[in-house]
Design a binder for this molecule. Sequence first.
Ligand SMILES: C[S@@+](CC[C@H](N)C(=O)[O-])C[C@H]1O[C@@H](n2cnc3c(N)ncnc32)[C@H](O)[C@@H]1O
Length: 254
Amino acid sequence: MAKSKSVALRLFEIYKKNGFMLSSELEPEYMKTDKFVFTRLYIGHMNQTYHLGIAMREIAFLESLSSLADFKNIFIIGNSFGFSTLALALMNPQAKVVAIEIGMEPFTEKWIEATNIIAQAEGLNVKVVQGSSPDNNAEIIERELGGSIDFAFVDGLHTNEAVQKDFDSLRPFGHERTIYGFHDVLAHKMVEGLSAAVGRNPIPTQIFFATPSGIALASAAFPEGFDVFCDLYGSNSLTQAILQKGVAAVVPAA
Ligand SMILES: C[S@@+](CC[C@H](N)C(=O)[O-])C[C@H]1O[C@@H](n2cnc3c(N)ncnc32)[C@H](O)[C@@H]1O
């Protein structure tokens, strides 16, 4: 059987083919800065990026999650230059991937059409729509996804207020097995907003400490195999013990 290329390789290949270079997950210890952990877009060596893409470990995170589920309808808040949009489409060839992007500045506005053109050339079922979350979510989800979401990836405005409004706007379109993902919950200190949103209509929620931005996932029914996924991405009792007790939890006394 022919081997298939990883999503990570295919993503880098797609951007390169279209004249762009990417940098991602350059190790802070060696680079002497943590500015290059998330994904940036370049033409030659010139940085073009206005809003960063998710990190490569988060691409692997989404790929592992996708391998456990059968997402048909995926909704993304925040497209920037299409990195997570194209990634989720590559990981879920059976799905339709719809992203809402406000496009407040020329970079993100230009990438609404650019992402759609690249996706079409790659045969990916993607549609990026210009709009503002939460106000336009309902009409776009109704029109483009028939009013139902299997996976939502929230990565738009990073405030405690916005994350609550985004989540509230999506829940009417979810079902028992819908998974809601939230990027940057730890990095942008949005635990409070997410907890408030989750608390109003309780749903099991986990935060993943082995993702650079501190991604959270919420679902009434996580898929089979989710326990090992939680071990892999740092959301289990061992991670809690390490957090609470530091190295004492894992390094035996000399
Ligand atoms: C961090 S970037 C998204 C990165 C993208 N998910 C990726 O990894 O490729 C955040 C994006 O959300 C968009 N955005 C911010 N507020 C928004 C809103 N209220 N509605 C829709 N998009 C919004 C920004 O323009 C920006 O492109």
